[in-house]
Design a protein around this ligand. Structure first.
Ligand SMILES: *Cc1c(COP(=O)(O)O)cnc(C)c1O
Length: 397
């Protein structure tokens, strides 16, 4: 028998891998599954991006190794986009690296800066990559930074000042997965200031900056500090999760660390996919407002969001109407895992909040990744369920 590394043994299975086996069991039994579990857009990549990728794929110069940091054309496109969208200036030579999806970059950034035993502040609940791949797998020690509803799911700066004194790195993510919370400009400014004062490397995940409703426009952390690294991706904005392309931007020293790690590990995202990202980012008008595709996409999610929230309210489950992301985070009576089990038995997949950290207890997350009609069907099953009605009346949260 082989012995797995302590880092690997220290990890629970990746959240969605575990749920998949239970779901396929139910499918075999003939249960009609409505999956609102994983945050993966169900809609296709827009045609203008697919055309650009196919054209680039036919060009033999794109059949060779890319560079791990990304082609200069791609980095220039990222620089143009940050200027348009956030009014942030970035030097494509030193302040940008392309990644193989932002998950790859978020997982690998710690290899550049962490030594075994170094502490990392990780929001709880959060996207599991920060704690698991970026910290534990790199032999770092995660310190949970609770995000609570009373605090609008924003970090408590006093907690960071006390607990974070010896931390080397901190992860942060707004608009937030899984809570769908957003951070106002003042909070982000104070957060960046606190990290800088304490000398903690601030790793900001901005995967959902474009995934906003109504007039809300999410900022970049680089609007408040030069001393941070921000991860971004076209995955969610342009329905491109399967193409695996993202970017890291920020302080040249931090980008340099990531580049050095990546040059040892990988040979970069395929050039034709990089070309798709260039076309996607360049679809933003000079004003930095959302292009037509993104606006239309968001109105689809908005209808789904409203259908779900209306249905949940009918069941007696109240929640904030999210201003961003394609998640709905709902407090439930009792254990979130038990509640999700009941939902699963009626063919509705949601994710227990504890899948994102222990402070996720008492919540569940729905991803709006099914057509509106299917969401209405899910809601109907829930409102018709006596079991759910009983828990909610009894629990009275
Ligand atoms: C989906 C997601 C990502 C990354 O997706 P990639 O496809 O790897 O770019 C990063 N952070 C959060 C919080 C996400 O939800």
């Amino acid at each position: 028998m082989v012995e797995y590394s302590q880092g690997l043994e220290g990890l629970p299975p990746y959240l969605f891998a575990k749920m998949e086996s239970r779901i396929s069991e139910l499918r075999k039994k003939g249960v009609d599954i409505i999956s609102l579990g994983i945050g993966d857009p169900d809609l296709p990549t827009p045609g203008f991006i697919i055309d650009a990728i196919s054209d680039a794929l036919k060009d033999p110069k794109n059949h060779q190794y890319p560079t791990s940091q990304g082609e200069i054309e791609t980095r220039q496109a990222v620089s143009r986009w940050y200027k348009r969208r956030f009014k942030v200036d970035l030097d494509p030579e030193t302040e940008i690296s392309i990644t193989i999806g932002s998950k790859e970059g978020l997982a690998n950034i710690s290899r550049a800066f962490l030594n075994p035993g170094d502490k990392v502040l990780v929001p709880d609940p959060a996207y599991p990559v920060y704690r698991q791949a970026a910290t534990i797998l790199t032999n770092g020690i995660p310190i949970s930074l609770p995000l609570t509803e009373e605090n609008g799911f924003l970090p408590d700066l006093e907690f960071i000042k006390n607990q974070g004194r010896k931390a080397k790195m901190m992860f942060m993510n707004y608009p937030n997965n899984p809570t769908a919370a957003i951070a106002d400009r003042r909070s982000l400014k104070a957060l960046a200031q606190t990290a800088n004062d304490l000398g903690i490397i601030l790793v900001y995940d901005n995967a959902y900056s474009e995934f906003s409703f109504d007039d809300y426009k999410a900022p970049s952390i680089l609007e408040f500090t030069d001393n941070a690294i921000e991860f971004h991706s076209v995955s969610k904005t342009f329905n491109m999760t399967g193409h695996r392309i993202g970017m890291a931007v920020g302080h040249a020293d931090l980008i340099n660390g990531l580049r050095r790690v990546k040059s040892q590990l990988d040979s970069g995202a395929p050039k034709y996919i990089q070309h798709g990202a260039v076309v996607a980012l360049d679809s933003y008008p000079r004003s930095g407002t959302k292009p037509e595709f993104v606006t239309r996409n968001m109105s689809v999610y908005q209808k789904r969001r409203d259908a779900l929230i209306k249905g949940l309210a009918k069941c007696g489950l109240k929640c904030q109407v999210p201003k961003a992301t394609f998640y709905v985070w709902v407090g439930v009576p009792g254990s979130g895992a038990d509640f999700c089990d009941i939902l699963l038995n009626m063919g509705v997949v949601a994710t227990p909040g504890t899948g994102f950290g222990e402070h996720g207890e008492g919540y569940i997350r729905f991803a709006l990744t099914q057509p509106e009609a299917r969401i209405k069907e899910a809601v109907q099953r829930m409102t018709a369920s006596k079991e759910i009605a009983k828990i909610i009346t009894k629990g009275g949260k």
